[in-house]
Design a protein around this ligand. Structure first.
Ligand code: 5AD
Ligand code: FES
Length: 358
């Protein structure tokens, strides 16, 4: 086994220099992915967890240079789902076996804290056995606290890049890495299961930035790490920047699995959008979560973060069936109901925290 993979396997750690070498040098992919897969199986067996994604607004007050729904894109056709539409998505998802709903949206001032809390309470009342995840960006600690009290238990907020200068190249002056980090630590302190992450191959990203991303994640200790290749969007200031590389992205997934053995790592839609088997390959490189889209088909193509996003024409049932087959073909098993055990009872297997796996 190559020296770096051996060390990753044994110590789940690399020095900065070793990380830089890992990124720069060609790695034996079969060995790397096999090691990552074995590590994931120690904790999770062949289980793949589902998170039903509801993209409920594409209005956004921010202007991130990489993102298609940035405020400064006048061609983005904007939509908001009503509470009734969101609740209907949850009913449909529940019927398909989903027990976690991820409410994702741009930073849309229309949704005051009162509105968000009312929505969380309504979903919690309708589905008392489900977990509610929010992914609605940077808020005050007080707001995060209110959402938690209303019943939200998980929050996804990618840090995007842990290097302040790189952060400045991707975001306008109105945003800061400092506030992003403050948000993530507030979320953790309040008690949320927190997800963070970054894009792979984002404009101006260097290997040294990736080392910083890993050090930041090691300090934060998130429950979920979401990464996916950057994908160009023509109506952004980065329209001339090339998309990230899928192979390099898979290498990063495997590295993350070996550095964070028990993390939840989604096989993100961005992988599937850049490669026809991108999500399957991500699963085989160590990912263990998929986040199928539950939004009404009518609005799907409008949640246009990047080009050629997949699943824009498929109904929720179709995505469920499609993913089930893909996950199976990749060699894994979708776990939908909390009753399913992730790992067969065996002392040789380390059990993940039950709360994470539902
Ligand atoms: N390509 C890939 N991922 C993107 N995101 C936003 N824009 C793009 C893009 N052009 C990611 C960001 C954000 C998440 C919701 O989607 O990392 O946090
Ligand atoms: Fe949506 Fe395959 S997962 S169509």
């Amino acid at each position: 086994m190559s020296e770096l993979i051996e060390k990753l396997n044994a110590a789940h750690q690399l020095t900065d220099d070793e990380l830089l070498r890992f990124f720069a040098e060609e790695q034996p992919e079969d060995e790397l992915f096999a090691a990552a897969d074995a590590e994931r199986r120690k904790y999770y067996g062949d289980a793949v967890y589902l998170r039903g994604l509801i993209e409920f607004t594409n209005y956004c007050k921010n202007n991130c240079y990489y993102c298609g729904i940035r405020a400064g894109n006048p061609h983005a056709e904007r939509y908001r789902l009503t509470d009734a539409q969101i609740l209907a998505c949850c009913v449909e998802g529940y019927g398909l076996g989903y027990r976690t709903f991820v409410l994702q949206g741009g930073e849309d001032p229309y949704y005051t804290d009162d509105k968000i809390c009312a929505l969380i309470s309504a979903i919690a009342a309708q589905h008392p056995d489900c977990r509610i995840t929010l992914s609605i960006g940077e808020k005050s600690r007080e707001s995060y606290q209110r959402y938690y009290e209303a019943g939200a238990r998980r929050y996804l907020l990618r840090h995007e890049t842990a290097d302040p200068a790189h952060y400045r190249m991707l975001h306008p002056e109105s945003m800061s890495l400092e506030n992003r980090k403050r948000c993530l630590y507030d979320l953790k302190e309040i008690g949320y299961q927190t997800g963070s992450g970054f894009m792979i191959g984002a404009p101006y990203q260097t290997h040294a930035h990736l080392v910083q991303d890993i050090r930041f994640l090691q300090a934060l200790e998130p429950d979920m790490i979401g990464v996916g290749p950057y994908i160009t969007h023509s109506e952004t200031p980065f329209s001339e920047m090339p998309s990230g590389d899928v192979r390099f992205g898979l290498k990063v997934i495997a590295l993350l699995r070996l550095l964070f053995p028990s993390a939840l790592i989604p096989a993100t839609t961005a992988f599937g959008s850049l490669h026809p088997r991108g999500r399957e390959l991500a699963l085989q490189a160590g990912a263990n979560v998929v986040m199928p889209n539950l939004s009404p088909v009518r609005v799907r193509k409008l949640y246009d973060l990047y080009e050629n996003k997949i699943c824009v024409g498929e109904e929720a049932t179709q995505c469920k069936g499609c993913l089930e087959q893909r996950v199976k073909a990749a060699g894994y098993r979708i776990v939908t109901s909390p009753g399913d055990r992730a790992v067969p009872g065996s002392n040789s297997l380390r059990e993940p925290a039950a709360e994470l796996t539902q």
